[in-house]
Design a protein around this ligand. Sequence first.
Ligand code: CAA
Length: 257
Amino acid sequence: MYEMILTETPAPGVGLVRINRPQALNALNSQVSREIFSALEAFDADPAIGCMILTGSDKAFAAGADIKEMQGIDAVTLFAEADFTDWSRMTRLRKPVIAAVSGWALGGGCEMAMICDMIVCSETAKFGQPEISIGVMPGAGGTQRLTRAVGKALAMEIMLGNRQLTAQEALHHGLVNHVYPIETYLAETVKLAEKIAAMPGVAVKLIKDSINRADELSLSEGLNYEKRNFYLLFGTEDKAEGMSAFIDKRKPAWKNR
Ligand code: CAA
């Protein structure tokens, strides 16, 4: 069904999408991107899946948008076809997505990792937004999401000076959650995803939704938004089960309802 990605369920409740275009260091042409979005949407709609992982190879998560595909495109065509606007499909996923990054995460590759809800990486990961060196600039969220993640001063240096961040620097500046040896980063990501997938599903979705709103809303609007999601959870079977299980001193059996 897919030509440029692979999908699997490496653990109960975990849906994994692997970008598989090794000859181009997983460069994201329009077909790869479409396949990623479709596969993630399919896992998002699958009741057996509670958390997703997006990964590439040990050598490259993705070396950016496909420069060979973009070379022949002019501004009017780009505008007419609204290229890259379909990347917002990833922001509409309701279940969490963890990027498992090793090797290159450059340009659109870094941007795609940052659209995910968390990033776990190997010690070899390199994050950067090198678009300036091909005469353009980030176009899939880099100036916005990287700035929010690492702050203005460092974001300026990365995007204006083509500076790359090592895995340890990315950890230090809050871009990633964990750095692991290359041999274990994916297994560790699967463990984290499995843990999240075992949590009550409605609460998982509403917590993700509320946290992502923090970047969009003022504090008072955000607090109001959070409160409504909190109230909503009091209508779920999992709220009744979770509180009873605590009082009965037993493990809750979630229904994701
Ligand atoms: N697009 C298309 N092809 C790419 C690519 C990309 N972004 N990155 C790598 N490739 C291809 C290379 O052309 C090469 O193919 P050929 O063998 O057919 O020549 C193959 O992948 C292997 O690449 P290299 O030989 O360059 O490998 P390397 O190990 O010497 O260098 C690298 C690795 C430093 C990542 C280098 O490939 C590189 O600089 N890539 C481009 C990075 C980049 O500029 N990304 C930003 C793209 S623009 C963007 O993403 C816009 C946006 O914001 C949406």
